[in-house]
Design a protein around this ligand. Structure first.
Ligand SMILES: Nc1ncnc2c1ncn2[C@@H]1O[C@H](COP(=O)(O)OP(=O)(O)OP(=O)(O)O)[C@@H](O)[C@H]1O
Length: 571
């Protein structure tokens, strides 16, 4: 919350002007109605013409002041709100950006995104409904009570008591009652958004398993529950407003009654009575926003708290590097020295004491059973995670001292999940190189055996109009557009048929020749030309060597080859 407050106060000029115009508008209204009350009473006792003229002129002055100040208040308060919102967005984006790779693995991404967007949006109410209404209310009331004190201390006392009731007592009572309701609304909203996302993403599977109607019913129930929680919240907000206004009216009646009694007792000049009643009727307009204050204050506090929680998530932070070394511009040698690694919040280490060395400009294959830790090796190489023990090094520099953005800039990483955006094939390819000409783009599509794909073809969301193998090849063609010293491939052709795969991989190896390449491979064929093969088994490096060395050794790799051959024969 401290951060949000300091982001608001960064807009000092607009904050000051909104408060000042808010105060002037409030005082303008009080003065306008007070003056009207006075004018009506005064006119009844046929005063000098000069008094009437001055009072009527003041009436006009106050109504202009009120209208112009209200305009100024709206203008500056909304400008402050939008500037603050953009400051908040930029502030959180800057903080989140470096954490993004890890954050997306730790939280459910759709959930997190809608949560962050929702929380940032709800902070727009902070300035308009939490920060400055109490300031305006207090200043207007203080000035009004001070003026009223001059005419009637009793009325001033009643106004002060009214301020206490409408500005503090009723909002606090309402805040106490709605606390649980606000949590219920939030919980219901979270459930609806999760259910809706699951329903949309899982639509096809639900249909195939004939569970669509069941899931639809669940979603409908959640949605009904959410609507009823919202209605309850709205009812309570309305109740608070109604009580607030009832209290304000009661105060005006009290002012009238006490004023009448004081006039009868000769302690108040009757000509001021209407003025005092009008003051009490107007000044409470400034207490109206206080009815909704607690719910907005609570919501802003929660939103800021949740945003802080994501920012403070230690496991998602990439540790600050004490000394940053530049990433090598030419193919580096890579070392894993006794690397042990456990994912955050997990107990079992995924990699245990793994050591190997990839000489510069060599091609290495990583093979092993599913879950043996192959992809994790790539995540450590990309600096997304830092090992808990041991070092991952490029040319002798540990990933602890390399900037992860520098690693990504110098690495062609084709991971298992490639994302494609809604847009043309050209736009999706130009993510890798925005200056690439159409000829160049067509050339890379040709090399991955996708010559038939038009650059103008509009891809649907997540490229759902392409086959799995086509998507993988499109991902590889993006890599072919970048010339980097390191290549990391994680099963980039697992959905491609064997003959196309062979052709595509040849192209990739050709482009990556003399670069340092690590290829996590699901198949054991075509590894003969690799400079070395790493065999992973249950988080450990079981074997390492060239194809012929491993075959000669007749160890784990040899057995895997035999099993694959048997499956191939029986298949
Ligand atoms: N983000 C994560 N958080 C927690 N555990 C994870 C995470 N990612 C992977 N794991 C676990 O780490 C282990 C190794 O996973 P990894 O993806 O490295 O295996 P892999 O050898 O690449 O498997 P595959 O061939 O199926 O892709 C698995 O047991 C997996 O469940």
């Amino acid at each position: 919350m401290k951060q949000i407050r300091s982001l608001v106060l960064r807009e000092k000029r607009d904050v000051f002007l909104s408060v000042m115009f808010g105060f002037l508008a409030g005082m303008g209204a009080v003065a306008l109605f007070a003056n009207s009350g006075y004018l009506i009473s005064r006119a009844a006792v046929t005063p000098a013409l000069a008094i009437l003229t001055i009072t009527i002129a003041l009436l006009k002055l106050f109504s202009f002041t009120r209208a112009l100040s209200r305009y100024g208040e709206r203008l500056y308060s909304h400008r402050a709100t939008f500037t603050m919102l953009s400051n908040v967005r930029t502030h959180f984006f800057k903080k989140l950006e470096p954490m993004a790779p890890r954050i997306s693995q730790r939280f459910r991404s759709g959930d997190l995104l809608s949560r962050i967007v929702g929380d940032v949006e709800s902070l727009q109410d902070y300035f308009l409904r939490v920060f400055y209404p109490p300031v305006v209310m207090l200043t207007v009331f203080t000035a009004t009570i001070a003026v009223t004190l001059y005419f009637s201390p009793v009325t001033a006392g009643i106004l002060a008591a009214g301020l206490l009731v409408t500005g503090w007592l009723i909002p606090s009572w309402y805040a106490f009652r709605q606390r649980k309701n606000a949590a219920d609304v939030r919980e219901a909203r979270g459930k609806v958004s999760t259910e809706a996302a699951e329903f949309l993403y899982g639509f096809q599977d639900l249909k195939l398993h004939q569970r669509l109607a069941h899931k639809e019913e669940e979603l409908l129930q959640q949605s009904k529950h959410y609507v009823s929680q919202q209605a309850e919240a709205a009812r309570r907000r309305l109740a608070s407003r109604t009580w607030n206004q009832t209290a304000a009216f009661a105060v005006s009646w009290l002012v009238l009654a006490s004023g009448a009694a004081l006039t009868a007792a000769g302690q108040l000049d009757g000509v001021f009575l209407a003025m005092l009643v009008m003051i009490s009727l107007t000044v409470f307009e400034n207490a109206v926003p206080m009815a909704a204050y607690p719910s907005y204050a609570h919501e802003s506090r929660r939103a800021a708290g949740r945003l802080d929680e994501v920012m403070a998530d230690e496991a998602s932070k990439i540790p600050e590097k004490e000394e940053k070394h530049p990433f090598p511009e030419t193919a580096p040698e890579v070392e894993f020295n006794n690397v042990t690694f456990t994912f955050p919040d997990e107990n079992r280490p995924v990699l245990r004491d793994v050591s190997f060395h990839l000489p510069k400009g060599t091609a290495t294959a990583v093979v092993g059973a599913s879950g043996s830790g192959k992809s994790t090796l790539l995540q450590l190489l990309l600096g997304i995670y830092i090992p808990e023990a041991g070092e991952v090094k490029f040319n002798g520099f540990s990933t602890r001292s390399l900037d992860e953005k520098d690693i990504w800039r110098h690495t062609n990483a084709v991971l298992q999940d490639q994302h494609f955006f809604y847009g043309t094939v050209r736009e999706n390819l130009q993510l890798a190189d925005e200056t690439a000409s159409d000829e160049k783009l067509e050339e890379v599509l040709e090399s991955v055996q996708l010559p038939y794909l038009s650059l103008d073809l509009e891809l649907r969301e997540k490229a759902s109009d392409l086959s799995g193998g086509e998507k993988q090849r499109l991902g590889l063609s993006r890599a072919l557009l970048r010339d980097t010293p390191v290549w990391l491939l994680d099963e980039p052709t697992s959905s491609v048929d064997a003959s196309t795969e062979q052709h595509v991989l040849e192209k990739i190896y050709q482009s990556a020749s003399r670069k340092t390449l690590l290829h996590v491979s699901h198949r054991l064929q075509g590894l003969e030309d690799m400079d070395q093969i790493l065999v992973m088994e249950d988080g450990k490096l079981a074997e390492q060597g060239t194809y012929s060395e491993l075959m000669k050794k007749q160890g784990v790799f040899y057995k895997m080859k035999q099993t694959e051959a048997e499956l191939f024969m029986t298949g």
